[in-house]
Design a protein around this ligand. Structure first.
Ligand code: ADP
Ligand code: MG
Length: 275
């Protein structure tokens, strides 16, 4: 533990307790469209919870409500005893909500390390301008954060890419950099929107094993928004299924997989062959 920053460099910065994340009776309307209709589910601490459903089911809308991008028409989101609804995204990061982006939102011309360091700005006292002034304690703080950023990249198996520019990386590696940036805020709950979209079979298998490691080694909760039911069945502890904005199933993967309404929802769209 560094006396300067309170940052433990070697260990993941997971608090003693990871709170339950609860989506409570959330509805979202866009004009006449009901993107979400009275949806409730809970993400248990330290679990992988998948939110799946055919295209247009409301998965991204739900993700955007949880991370503060959309305001629900009614209902709300709780992290333990804290109401998240209405808080701006940077406050959510401070409370331990990390997120990835469906279309990678990295600075393409910067290095992997610089991108992950940007993710840490919510945890830095000095900020990057002060870092440029080379005030000694700020320089020390930056060094601690750089080591932690490197440790996160090592955890994800991309330590050899620390000094590569993002635009020089294969897509699958860039996805892991986006995840490293999300982990840089030391989240207690990590929201991943379609992390396997656009990945080939080998990259998808690696992503699945990385998500398992997040749960098993960091102890954080992962809410995995995925289009592909097949992918999540192997790694999720619990699965919630949306169809036309409604929650049609919520339970362990083996139950959900055999649920007639879920099978009907997927067969009805022809989506089951994708990704
Ligand atoms: N910003 C928006 N404005 C208008 N309609 C939207 C918006 N976001 C989503 N929708 C609509 O809400 C429904 C659910 O979309 P979405 O949440 O993106 O589903 P999914 O991620 O499951 O494919 C769709 O009918 C979509 O067209
Ligand atoms: Mg979506």
């Amino acid at each position: 533990m560094s006396a300067d920053t309170g940052v433990d460099e070697a260990r993941p910065q997971v608090g003693p307790e990871v709170p339950e994340l609860r989506v409570e009776s959330v509805s979202v309307r866009f004009g006449g469209i009901r993107a979400l209709d009275d949806v409730s589910f809970a993400v248990q601490p330290g679990s992988v919870h998948a939110l799946i459903g055919p295209n247009g089911a409301g998965k991204s809308s739900c993700f955007n409500v949880i991370c503060g991008v959309y305001k629900p028409t009614s209902g709300g989101v709780q992290l333990g005893d804290t109401a998240l609804t209405g808080l701006p995204p940077h406050r959510l990061a401070g409370l331990g909500i990390g997120r990835s982006f469906q279309n990678i939102a990295l600075s393409q011309h910067s290095t992997v390390l610089d991108n992950v360091m940007l993710g840490r700005h919510v945890l830095t006292r000095g900020g990057f301008l002060a870092g440029g002034l080379r005030v000694p304690w700020v320089v020390r703080e930056q060094r601690v954060h750089a080591r932690r950023a490197a440790a996160i990249c090592e955890f994800l198996g991309i330590a050899d890419r620390l000094h590569s520019r993002v635009d020089a990386l294969p897509y699958g590696v860039a996805k892991l950099v986006d995840m490293a940036r999300a982990l840089a805020v030391e989240p207690r709950v990590l929201l991943l929107d379609e992390p396997a979209a656009g990945l080939n079979a080998a990259e998808t298998a690696q992503m699945a094993s990385t998500i398992r490691d997040l749960r098993d080694e960091l102890g954080i909760s992962v809410l995995l928004v995925e289009h592909d039911m097949g992918l999540v069945m192997g790694i999720a502890d619990r699965v919630s299924v949306l169809d036309f904005g409604r929650l049609i199933a919520d339970g362990p993967p083996e139950d959900v997989q055999n649920d007639p309404e879920v099978i009907k929802a997927y067969l009805g769209t022809g989506d089951d062959e994708e990704s």
